[in-house]
Design a protein around this ligand. Structure first.
Ligand SMILES: [Zn+2]
Length: 211
């Protein structure tokens, strides 16, 4: 049952490895149908994942079907689905440049059009808390706000979307923007899109481009 959801999670895992957003089995991927969460198992090789390995829980994290322990970041996925009823997918990864930004900045400002449109006007860095904790879940929801990306201090990146594809696109765009920011910071003063123009870009994307 629910094969297409499980297949989406497996495909998402393969893509985050192929796109170099994670190393090994780090990171986690989930999709939700509004009543259930389909999520990667904890510490399981992505290349060996099959449908039966995907954990299924309800929206409170109660296990409905699982051969393995669900991802250790299940609480963060649940908190995001409960805070953002508009989303269907959550992707957590450990990419290099977003992680580097988390060490030196509180946010990525409105730098580049695609990032402002796809990720949000400013991408905020969530306060540090232990991996897998309720506190980390709370911090990430707070930093995410109405955006599609939040960077996790001294940890990595989480992105959301109405599909796995949309969440992966947000991860790739955020990571590219983090790389641009680090290069630009090392060169001199960084030029920023005005808050008014950034708000217009994001609104235009959400209203006209996203569909
Ligand atoms: Zn992590």
């Amino acid at each position: 049952m629910f094969d297409e959801y499980k297949d989406s999670v497996i495909e998402g895992c393969r893509r985050i490895v192929a796109e170099n957003l994670v190393k090994g089995t780090w990171g986690n991927v989930s999709i939700s149908d509004g009543e259930r969460i389909f999520i990667t198992p904890s510490n399981f090789p992505y290349e060996k994942l099959t449908r039966k390995d995907i954990s299924v829980t309800d929206m409170k994290g109660q296990i409905m079907l699982s051969e393995h322990k669900p991802s250790s970041e299940l609480k963060m996925h649940i908190a995001l689905y409960n805070a953002r009823k508009d989303i269907k997918a959550v992707i957590h990864t450990h990419p290099v440049f977003s992680s580097a930004v988390s060490l030196v900045c509180e946010k990525i400002p409105s730098l580049i059009e695609d990032s402002v449109m796809i990720c949000g006007e400013e991408i905020l860095v969530a306060q540090f808390a232990s991996a897998g904790s309720e506190e980390l879940a709370y911090n990430v929801v707070e930093a995410m706000g109405k955006n599609n990306a939040a960077i996790m201090k001294n940890h990595g990146l989480v992105t959301i979307g109405d599909s796995i594809n949309e969440a992966i696109t947000a991860s790739l765009v955020c990571e590219k923007t983090a790389q641009i920011y680090i290069v630009a910071l090392s060169c001199g003063n960084v030029s920023i899109i005005s808050p008014e123009q950034a708000a217009q870009l994001r609104e235009k994307y959400l209203k006209h481009y996203k569909q």
